[in-house]
Design a protein around this ligand. Structure first.
Ligand code: C2E
Ligand code: MG
Ligand code: MG
Ligand code: MG
Length: 269
């Protein structure tokens, strides 16, 4: 539907001006401790007529319309402002589009946004999906190194779904490896998925990376991941992404479901 798409692009430009693009915050939880360690920041478009639009629909539009830099900026600024005053141990993980790793001004833009909100950059992780990294690995690596020099951590997102994964892992200075949700979802039923998750976590551990599993929806999955030695979990079981207004609630509330089960489980030591 080309007309609808171009319409949406025009609307997206307006939406950025009208502050309709906002960050939601999904808890990231220590798989053994059950403690909140931070949040992944996920963009939402609060469209006045169409309701909430998911990023899978508007991020590609923003990339095509050359609005992705502006979108990242507004998400960063709002996320920094919302979390700067929270407990210093809490981190935020922000997604950037792989095409932004071709933009040498990215580190300076991030530094400036953080300075405006007095947000310390050692509490920021930048998540990168591997899909488009490969086309200019040298440039991506130099931008990644600048980010690291600012104290920012780097996560390789959706690991296992892209291509040349291992080459990306070696070329960029990652701190964190995120196991893709598709492996976590099928892990309970499918022994091969479980073996893949085990191998990915083992790889992360031997490279001394923090391992994170996304899309954890039930206790069985959490149990397996803890048993495999995964560090951090994220998913419906710990809570969905919430708006800035609901953020204080998850900061104060214990991560009850998980804490209970994890402490009761024999493999939790
Ligand atoms: P992602 O970075 O892999 O984020 C995880 C996605 O899984 C999120 O979808 C989240 O809501 C969803 N999720 C979390 N836990 C569960 C679960 O237990 N079950 C299921 N079924 N889903 C779960 P969301 O928010 O729709 O975001 C989709 C993708 O859009 C993200 O995938 C990320 O790649 C991209 N994205 C989101 N925000 C931004 C942004 O600000 N900038 C850029 N460039 N990309 C973004
Ligand atoms: Mg992500
Ligand atoms: Mg992911
Ligand atoms: Mg994903």
């Amino acid at each position: 539907m080309p007309t609808k798409r171009s319409e949406l692009k025009t609307e997206l430009r307006k939406a950025l001006k009208n502050s309709e693009i906002v960050p939601y915050f999904q808890p990231m939880v220590g798989i053994r401790s059950g403690k909140l360690v931070g949040f992944e920041v996920l963009a939402r478009w609060l469209h006045p007529q169409r309701g909430t639009i998911r990023p899978d629909e508007f991020i590609p539009l923003a990339e095509q319309a050359d609005l992705i830099g502006e979108l990242t900026d507004t998400i960063l600024l709002q996320a920094f402002a919302a979390t700067a005053a929270l407990d210093k141990s809490l981190t935020i993980s922000v997604n950037i589009s792989p095409i932004q790793l071709r933009d040498p001004s990215l580190p300076e833009e991030i530094r400036r946004a953080a300075a405006m909100a007095a947000f310390p950059l050692n509490r920021l992780t930048i998540e990168i999906t591997e899909s488009a990294l490969v086309d200019n690995l040298e440039l991506a690596a130099s931008i990644a190194t600048k980010l690291k020099n600012l104290g920012v951590k780097l996560a390789l997102d959706d690991f296992g779904t892209g291509y040349s994964s291992l080459r990306n892992l070696q070329a960029l200075p990652f701190d964190e490896l995120k196991v893709d949700r598709s492996f976590v979802s099928s892990m309970v039923q499918c022994r091969d998925s479980r073996k893949i998750v085990a191998a990915v976590i083992g790889l992360g551990q031997s490279l001394k990376l923090t391992t994170v599993a996304e899309g954890i929806e039930n206790e069985t999955q959490a149990d397996i991941l803890r048993w495999l030695g995964c560090d951090v979990g994220q998913g419906w079981i710990y809570g969905p992404p919430v708006s800035v207004h609901d953020l204080p609630k998850i900061v104060d509330a214990p991560m009850s479901t998980s804490t209970h089960t994890l402490h009761d489980s024999p493999a939790s030591d």
